[in-house]
Design a protein around this ligand. Sequence first.
Ligand code: FES
Length: 72
Amino acid sequence: MNNPEEAVIDEVMCTCSGTTRGMIYDLVMQGKNIEAISRYSGALSGCGGCEWEIGEFVKALQATQDEINPES
Ligand code: FES
């Protein structure tokens, strides 16, 4: 049985490319922007149906990073 955290990490956000929430999280933590995330993962390069959800997730993560590291 997966714990709830693993279930969130494994949640597929882009069904066209199979990109999970955890993959997007890792790429944002590496400092990648939305275009780079799309290139690396293939997300947002198919039907575009994931665009809003992934965009909001990336924005929220970047806002958290800015709070932790305001100089960057
Ligand atoms: S669901 Fe992400 S491009 Fe189709």
